[in-house]
Design a protein around this ligand. Structure first.
Ligand code: CA
Length: 360
């Protein structure tokens, strides 16, 4: 091939400089892909809001700046409980929330957040990643054009903040309490009135007496909201949320339009941020509990056995009832239920046995 033909053959990406043939880099228009992430949390709220920020930054870093994700706090772009719809419609490409907020979309969604007397955080991740849970979650969200990912686990939550002692089931009767998801349905069966309000409105509602009691998450987040200033007693354990998984939702079309490597980066960043947030909760809950007890003199109390036993029985009824709603929910329940049975047998000889041994 003579020189002229050769130059023609390799095309416009090469040029001759000073007699030498130099291959010039292929120049693509460097357009940064800009995504929006809407959240159900107050902007920069410890753990939740900062977890969303962490995920956004990770995507930007891992993509070498090819992607930017702007995080919006609750109400900044859309109201907190419209996150699911906003991502489904493509108003935002990502959402950061918890799936039990979307029980009106599908009752099955609740199994991917937390179930009263259900899986712990560690067991939950086992079910999601190696027990078929994630495939079911994708199936449940597919009709909405959404791809779900786990975004961190709160671990066992606290039962909540009360201004009166809970000594028996009778104390739950007539109680107006902020408690979302299946836990709320259980409280209703116990004669209480569950309400679901976004995190950002909990403190003012409790302080004003619009609600009698509330649960939120655990010491780390409850301290940040100053809930100890609005209620006297802090009860445990969080029977209603033994290991709630947070979620990241991704608009399926937006994800599929990304080059393959960026698709992988988005999904892997979710996985990393999930591990990160779970570790953060473990560390910060421990230190915040100490602060609540020593600095703010909070009375930390355990729910009586009788109450816990009754709530467990009611929870079984509520969860089985949800399972009968539709075929998809029944399928999710069956998978969760089977996994839970095995997980209990294993946890009894591992986590439970060890935690008991540590206290002997
Ligand atoms: Ca909670």
């Amino acid at each position: 091939m003579d020189r002229r033909k050769f130059i023609k053959a390799i095309g416009a990406t090469s040029l001759i400089t000073g007699g030498a043939l130099v291959s010039a880099p292929v120049v693509h228009a460097k357009k940064t892909i800009k995504w929006k992430m809407v959240t159900t949390w107050p902007k920069n709220f410890p753990g939740l809001g900062t977890g969303a920020n962490f995920l956004a930054k990770l995507i930007e870093d891992m993509s070498g700046g090819r992607m930017q994700v702007k995080v919006y706090g609750a109400g900044e772009l859309v109201p907190p409980f419209e996150v699911f719809d906003a991502v489904s419609a493509g108003t935002a490409q990502m959402g950061h929330a918890a799936s039990f907020y979307w029980k009106g979309k599908s009752p099955a969604a609740q199994f991917f957040a937390g179930v009263p007397y259900g899986l712990t955080g560690q067991e939950m991740n086992g079910w999601l990643y190696h027990g078929g849970g994630m495939d079911l979650w994708k199936e449940v969200y597919a009709p909405f054009g959404l791809v779900p990912a786990a975004a961190g686990n709160s671990g066992v939550q606290m039962a909540g903040w009360f201004n009166k002692e809970i000594n028996s089931m009778a104390d739950l009767k007539g109680l107006k309490m902020r408690i979302p998801g299946l836990g709320g349905d259980v409280l209703k069966k116990a004669g209480g009135t569950p309400v679901n309000i976004p995190g950002g409105e909990i403190y003012s509602s409790l302080k004003s007496g619009a609600i009698d009691a509330t649960e939120w998450i655990g010491p780390y987040n409850d301290l940040a909201f100053g809930l100890y200033k609005a209620a006297k007693y802090y009860y445990y354990p969080g029977w209603h949320e033994p290991g709630t998984s947070l979620e990241c939702t991704i608009n399926k079309k937006a994800l599929e339009e990304l080059p393959k490597d960026l698709q992988s980066i988005v999904l892997q960043a979710c996985r990393v941020s999930s591990d990160e947030l779970t570790a953060e909760y473990t560390a910060r809950n421990a230190s915040a509990l100490q602060t609540l007890k020593t600095k703010h003199k909070v009375q930390v109390k355990r729910l009586p056995d009788d109450v816990l036993e009754n709530l467990r029985a009611l929870s079984e009824e509520v969860v089985a009832d949800v399972a009968s709603k539709d075929p998809v929910t029944a399928k999710v329940y069956e998978s969760y239920h089977q996994f839970r049975k095995q997980a209990i047998a294993w946890s009894n000889v591992s986590e439970r046995a060890y935690l008991n041994a540590r206290e002997l």
